[in-house]
Design a protein around this ligand. Structure first.
Ligand code: FEO
Ligand code: CA
Ligand code: CA
Length: 736
């Protein structure tokens, strides 16, 4: 996520002249390949014919088994970088990259669904000038799509099919200048605008079907559903019912948000916002992760300072400020005024579980997984059927977490898993310089760096350990501060390598997208007492985050000791340091801007700002990027955003997709057979204004006449975030 109204944490960064500690980098580099060579078993697992799990689960864990230790190879050549120079050669302007999607020879990409498309009964087609009402938007595909997952229908014998499923897609945020015909303010700012913006947030759930080779949205499907910033939800888990979650109660209508004079019960919430990346559960539900939710709040009054007391400390630790990210919801909807309704903020920052196959089921905020700026949630089921959820908190110098369910996954009884996410242990990660690490439990009895158990720390003290745990979960960042977790370079997506083809480790990857507050002066760290204002620390470089002023980002990975998610120790290494092989920029004392991406010819798959990260069912690692997107500055050689494919064994990387001007590539999923891939393109041409919405991009209508169904029009007027569908022309598996 970037954009003029979302400035806080996705900026493209400038290099610093501050020295980096290259001895640490060398130490990590020398051993990084050792990580993969050790401990690989040779046993082959069951093939697709040996499925024993339900169809829903089998799409994740028991895909066809490839050879060569869980990696089946890459059968395509890298597409060229989409640079400004390439745009000029193609007849374009020198201030943009080519305004198109490009995939390798032998593949076809088309628009599957775009912002504003009808996705459910009563939905109306997109109007090019964005004159839709809130009520219309609430039945259309939401704005700025991000993480997603394809849940297949199950066919004969419980085998998942690959031509019909439910696609769940996050809608991360809105850009009000293109959301409204006259822009955010235009003729005035009204409750009608707030309601439309709220209706464009959340999650879009739609039925996808392929008939005669063409993918289409089933616009009348009973599975079509919108979840928005106003959808009623249940709050569950250890923090549910706590006083900090008892926000003011309102009656929410199209015309107004009116206080009832009562408080919510702590088990009820309304809406989900800033739904960034996603996860799924092994029992076939969708997880949507609330990331920069602080930006949707605002106030006309000043937010209390961290020094003013517990409330101010909590708001500051999560970056809640009166200006928010420029939304004006609070001016027409008092629920979003952080000063007059501060507990409302505590109802956001969670992972929300949604049943894609039951449109009437209420979404559930699972408090056991902690409260922070959730990027994604990646599960692993180990050989004991224990379930771990791996998660990043995307802000500069925040932490990596895992949640381990107390109960075990039941692969034969879906209903038995319904509340697995309500009890377990949340941990924060500490990465040691010797390539080991520890999971630090965030529990009442855990001793913090100050020598006090968390239950004796004033931030979390309560009537009993149940209340202490509730406070730990609501103030997760502060608990991780107290126990000494490792500050990371903006943890984005997590992804787990499938345990197939003889590979049986619990191995998890996390993108660390960039950090302009690492190794810069004056140095400072996050205070143990949780009083630090979000994103203000400037920690020194360390082994796990070795680049000062980390411009291009890196990817870290770890393996659980004993191949189980319940382990409290792990080993780790850096999978890749992103960079620009051709750069002339030199860091001191040596050049780490070039990165160490493994590609041939050297530099052919360079990327920066890794964000989306996902292993497909065959063991290919897909990485998506989120940088400035117009080929400027640090990205003059790398060009616009992209998706690459990588071999987890060797690090070999190839560039699979390049994207339109000033967009981000985010969100990826496949059909179970691997022959259809869905990829998200978010905010093409961002930062334009209502007076000239297509100033920076005219995508997708500039590239495509109609959508993949061959019918749905792509009217001129607005660039549109979209989901692209990719197939291989010979009908093969994507990436093969
Ligand atoms: Fe919404 Fe951290 O990306
Ligand atoms: Ca992201
Ligand atoms: Ca990002």
């Amino acid at each position: 996520m970037k954009g003029a109204s979302h400035p806080t944490n996705d900026v493209s960064l400038n290099p610093s002249s501050t020295p980096s500690i290259h001895d640490v980098i060398n130490q990590v580099d020398a051993s990084r390949r050792q990580f993969v060579k050790g401990g690989v078993g040779a046993a082959a697992l069951a093939s697709a014919g040996g499925l024993t799990l339900s169809g829903l689960v089998s799409t994740v864990q028991a895909a066809p088994v490839p050879a060569s230790l869980g990696f089946p190879g890459m059968g395509f050549d890298s597409v060229p970088a989409n640079t400004r120079a390439a745009n000029v050669l193609a007849g374009g302007v020198p201030t943009a990259v080519i305004d198109r999607i490009t995939v390798p020879t032998g593949y076809t990409a088309n628009v599957f669904v775009a912002w504003g498309d009808a996705i459910m009964p009563g939905g109306t087609p997109f109007v090019g000038n964005a004159s839709e009402t809130a009520a219309q938007q609430a039945k259309q595909f939401g704005a700025h799509n991000d993480g997603m997952h394809f849940f297949p229908f199950v066919g004969t014998g419980g085998v998942p099919v690959s031509d019909r499923g439910v696609l769940c897609v996050n809608n991360e945020y809105t850009h009000e200048e293109i959301l409204f015909t006259d822009g955010q303010v235009g003729a005035g700012y009204t409750i009608a605008k707030t309601r439309k913006s709220q209706a464009a947030h959340g999650v879009s759930i739609l039925e996808a079907r392929r008939v005669a080779g063409k993918w289409s949205v089933v616009k009348t499907s009973p599975y079509g559903r919108r979840i928005t910033a106003n959808t009623k939800m249940r709050v569950s888990g250890p923090a549910a019912g706590h006083a900090l979650l008892k926000s003011n109660e309102y009656t929410i209508t199209d015309a107004a948000t009116v206080a009832t004079g009562n408080q919510l019960d702590g088990f009820t919430a309304y809406g989900t916002v800033n739904n960034c990346a996603n996860g799924i559960t092994p029992w076939g539900t969708y997880l949507t992760c609330e990331e920069n939710w602080n930006g949707n709040f605002g106030s006309n009054s000043a937010v209390p300072s961290a020094a003013s007391g517990d409330a101010g400390k909590l708001l500051n630790r999560y970056g809640v400020v009166a200006a928010g990210f420029g939304y004006r919801w609070h001016t027409t909807d008092p629920r979003w005024d952080v000063v007059t309704n501060p507990n409302e903020t505590n109802l956001f920052g969670w992972v929300v579980e949604i049943d894609p196959f039951n449109p009437s089921a209420m979404p559930v905020k699972r408090t056991a997984l902690g409260r922070f700026k959730h990027e994604s949630a990646q599960y692993v089921v180990d050989s004991q059927n224990k379930v771990g959820m791996y998660m990043g908190d995307d802000e500069r110098n925040e932490y990596i977490y895992k949640f381990v369910c107390s109960g075990a996954f039941n692969p034969t009884n879906r209903a038995a898993n319904r509340n697995l996410l309500d009890s377990g242990t949340l941990y924060a990660a500490r990465f040691n310089a010797n390539l080991t690490g520890e999971w630090l439990p965030l529990l009442p009895g855990t001793i913090g760096l100050n020598g006090l158990a968390l239950r004796d720390n004033p931030n979390f003290s309560g009537a009993n350990d149940a209340e202490v745990l509730a406070k730990i979960l609501i103030k997760t960042r502060m608990a991780a501060d107290a126990v000494g977790a490792t500050m990371m370079d903006r943890p984005e997506w997590t992804g787990a390598r499938p345990r197939i083809g003889g590979f049986d480790e619990v191995e998890v990857y996390c993108t660390l997208t960039n950090n302009n507050r690492r190794g810069t002066t004056p140095a400072s760290v996050i205070a143990q007492d949780g009083s630090t204002t979000a994103a203000t620390a400037r920690p020194p470089v360390d082994a796990a985050n070795p680049s000062a002023d980390n411009v291009y980002g890196h990817i870290i990975r770890w393996r659980e000791t004993g191949k189980t998610v319940t382990s409290t120790t792990f080993s780790w290494d850096l999978f890749a340091q992103a960079g620009d092989t051709a750069t002339t920029k030199v860091a001191k004392p040596t050049n780490d801007y070039k990165g160490n991406i493994v590609d041939a010819p050297n530099g052919s798959a360079d990327y920066g700002a890794p964000d989306g990260l996902w292993f497909d069912y065959f063991g290919r690692l897909w990485v998506q990027t989120d940088q400035i997107g117009d080929g400027s500055g640090d990205f003059v050689n790398i060009g616009g955003n992209m998706m690459v494919c990588a071999d987890p064994n060797t690090g070999e990387t190839r560039r699979f997709l390049t994207s339109p001007n000033k967009c981000e590539v985010t969100g990826v999923t496949m059909t179970p057979d691997g022959k259809t891939m869905f990829v998200g393109v978010q905010h093409p041409g961002e930062d334009s204004f209502a007076a000239n919405p297509t100033q920076f991009s005219n995508w997708p209508q500039g590239q495509y006449a109609v959508e993949a169904d061959g019918v749905t029009a792509l009217p001129a007027g607005r660039p549109r975030s979209s989901v692209v569908v990719i197939t291989k022309d010979n009908g093969g598996i994507i990436g093969s």
